[in-house]
Write a protein that binds this ligand. Sequence first.
Ligand SMILES: Cc1ncc(COP(=O)(O)O)c(C=O)c1O
Length: 436
Amino acid sequence: MSEALLISQARERDVADPLSAFRLRFALPLDAHGAPLVYLCGHSLGLQPLAARELVIEELDEWAQRAVEGHEHARRPWVPYHENLRRGLAQLSGAAAAEVVAMNSLTVNLHLLFASFYHPVGRRRRILIEAGAFSSDRHAVASQIAWHGLDPQDCLIELAPPPGADLIDESAIEACLAAHGGEVALVWWPGVQFRTGQAFDIARIARAAHAHGCLAGFDLAHSVGNTPLALHDSAADFAVWCSYKYLNGGPGAIGGCFVHERHTAALPRTAHRGGLPGARLAGWWGHEAQTRFLMEAEFHAAAGADSWQVSNPPILAAAPLLASLGIFAEAGMERLRAKSVALTGFMEELLAPLEPRVHIITPRDSRSRGCQLSLRIAGGAGPGRRVFEGLRAGGVVCDWRTPDIIRVAPVPLYSRFEDVARFAQRLERVLEEERA
Ligand SMILES: Cc1ncc(COP(=O)(O)O)c(C=O)c1O
């Protein structure tokens, strides 16, 4: 098909797209001539909702005009500011409102939740993770084990894909637990794997963990805002995420966490010690709000996930997220997912003729992926890196993950079918140049 014909067909799909107008609600990065770049990097940093600027400026103005009184008298008072984010986060994560809270960033939340949910006792002291886990998770989990005076070499089980494969089937997790479940305290797994884009069945993993007496926690950095989630029904014990990727909360935006209500319903409100369900690393923001400012020595935990808050929230890092959650609520996750499946499916279709020069390592079944496709270029990291750089020189923003992966993610809130077509054309040209 000619380049012009492909672009015109893609444009027809954009015209028919009921969500196409949402793109206008985002700041689009531009090239040197002022034309929008083909932005396929929302898996790393989501685009800025235009409303984010207004909400941040509103808070800067509140600070300028009211100073300390903004805590209680700003248009959106700062003391309960996280309440503004609760409904949107609960909807996107498939949780009850009290099961989620916006706080900190991902790895900090991992540590706070592990303090409550990783209790090595007797021979049940190991943590099951994926081999090739995101570096921050790997560091954090190993340090949690060491923090308990244990040896990560003994206590970390790192499950790898079969030799020569990139993906891990959930059945392999079940088999691992069947063999070692009695020694495993906690299963820690991603919702969507950052390098391969594989989406896992959270309910199935939680079920397998619970069948062997283990707890199950999840890193949802690449899931929330990308794939539909049903955390409450999945029975996951806890989860954490960041908001700068698919949630478009901006660099370093406030993260979030989920704690299943069964862990908090019977929570003794004053206990920190003695294992679950009471143990937590506490701070004043986890104290029940009504009596927090009595400043008493005794800690009375807030209900639900809120009790894991430690510090007062960063308002300027939360306001952009509020803008973005408003857009999600308007668009609706069901419609976004339908568009996402179509966009990524379109990309997959256009890449098919490039096999084997370009190999998609992400699962082909749309139920086992979000919007990201991870590509491996034939010939290894050298040509792969050159192709990645050629894409960037041609106005495509995607990213490179060592050792040899190019990640591309058409994000349904702001990517067009035309972007996908332009990306595929650019890739084909770069591959030709590489061959020449
Ligand atoms: C899968 C995954 N886990 C953890 C992190 C670390 O997040 P943070 O810097 O917010 O702790 C990231 C960041 O990109 C990530 O992609």
